[in-house]
Design a protein around this ligand. Structure first.
Ligand code: MEV
Length: 430
């Protein structure tokens, strides 16, 4: 294929051939596709230049008690120990009434970013009629959403000229019911930007030449779409558990561990990454946009001006409390949530939650992952748990037999696992 031939125009077989991978790899690429035509047929169309489908494990953390109701969380992750960690935390907290959650808001936002070189006062004066004009223009676009209880809840004119010369925003708030709402919001904003231009060219006092619309786009910083998840129990209960792990005063150690993540960026990034292990896995399983969720979460973690822990821990009157407050913009309708056959099944496992319900489940998944990570870190360290999974992965890679794997699990129980050591072990036990 020369540079003038478009890769996208090639058939799948031609694309694979063009990549010059081995015959064995070509077969794998094709076999992976043919495994399940019911899934392939849909997944194929989600992206461009698809040559095959990339498979990841879908696991379940069972019996996660949330506000008195038990859920089984479907989790997609390639990282060993994440599902086990969430399941472990769920089991621990089940005995203390589980997780408590609360939705703190469901507002989504978007902006029309524009430059106005004219009189500022005049712009502010014209804002009320401009707003009415804009709302009328998007009326048909918002009709269906309004029927579902959503729509546009406010439009503000924000003067940002102190940050950038002549820069203003139309700052728009939305409610999007059970949809994440990206398409709805972007369609409304693009229509608003056209309406803005039209309003300026029709108004005799405004000089349309002095207006320049730069872009219209939703904001993934959904700080008004927030949820709180919490666990609590008697300090003594945590400390008794700590004693069983030869770690006295575990409750105090856990609180200190979170305090460290509140003052040290180095630790906060890893701490929050552990929270997103749980959140992303549920987002991916349910077909939600985990990049948007992550970007927003990290910005929220920096809201004080310094990047810090997303969880808080405290001991209040002999009660240990761990909580996570986080913005989570998710959907249970629209996007690929009802398109990807496995995302649909994930939502079915969750008993078809509304978007606010899914926000709560996701926050719990993050909090559970964080609790287990903190527990491991402040007691035995994380390597102990990780090593068993690491060993299984290496054994799988080296095609170990069932017998060899059994022997290896016993042999490496009290030893450090590495690829070389496992390879050595297998060759002496072949
Ligand atoms: C590993 O994926 C996540 C942890 O590093 C999180 C943490 O350190 O809190 C275990």
């Amino acid at each position: 294929m020369d540079l003038n031939t478009s890769f996208s125009k090639l058939s799948r077989e031609e694309k694979i051939q063009w990549l010059s991978v081995s015959g064995e790899s070509q077969k794998l690429l094709t076999d992976a596709l043919n495994q399940n035509p019911a899934i392939s047929g849909i997944v194929d169309q989600l992206s461009e230049n698809t040559i095959t489908h990339y498979t990841l494990p879908l696991g379940v953390a069972p019996n996660v008690l949330i506000n008195g109701k038990s859920y089984h969380l479907p989790l997609v992750t390639e990282e060993s120990s994440v599902v086990a960690a969430i399941a472990k935390a769920a089991k621990f907290w089940f005995a203390f009434g589980g997780f408590q959650t609360q939705v703190l808001g469901t507002e989504k936002k978007g902006q029309v970013h524009f430059f106005w070189k004219g009189n500022k006062e005049l712009l502010h004066q014209k804002f009320e009629p401009l707003k009415d004009f804009i709302l009328l223009r998007v009326n048909s676009l918002t009709k269906e959403m309004r029927k579902r209880g959503g729509g546009i809840t406010s439009i503000q004119l924000l003067d940002k000229t102190h940050l950038l010369t002549n820069y203003f925003q139309l700052d728009v708030s939305f409610e999007t019911a059970d949809a994440m709402g990206a398409n709805f919001i972007n369609s409304c904003l693009e229509e608003m930007s056209k309406a803005l231009k039209q309003f300026f060219s029709c108004d005799l006092e405004l000089d349309a030449e002095l207006l320049e619309v730069n872009m219209a786009i939703l904001s993934n910083y959904t700080s008004g779409c927030r949820v709180l998840a919490k666990v609590m129990c008697a300090v003594d209960a945590i400390n008794a558990y700590g004693e069983s792990l030869e770690t006295p005063l575990l409750a105090e150690k856990l609180v200190q561990a979170v305090q460290i993540a509140q003052v040290s960026t180095e630790r906060a990034v890893t701490h929050n990454k552990g929270i997103f292990n749980g959140i992303d896995a549920l987002a991916l399983a349910t077909g939600n946009d985990w990049r948007a969720i992550e970007a927003c979460g990290h910005a929220y973690a920096s809201r004080s001006g310094t990047y810090a822990s997303l969880t808080k821990a405290s001991i209040v009157e002999q009660t240990f409390i761990l909580e996570l407050e986080i913005p989570l913009s998710v959907g249970t309708v629209g996007g690929i949530t009802n398109l990807h056959p496995l995302a649909k099944i994930a939502l079915e496992i969750l008993q078809k939650p509304t978007a606010p319900e899914l926000m709560q489940l996701m926050a719990v998944s993050g909090l559970a992952a964080n609790f287990s990570a903190l527990l491991a870190l402040t007691t035995s360290g994380i390597q102990k748990g990780h090593m068993k999974m690491h060993l299984s992965n290496i054994l799988l890679q080296l095609n170990a037999t069932e017998e060899q794997s059994k022997l290896a699990l016993t042999f490496f129980k009290d030893k450090t696992v590495s690829f070389t050591e496992v390879k050595k072990f297998l060759s002496s036990n072949s």
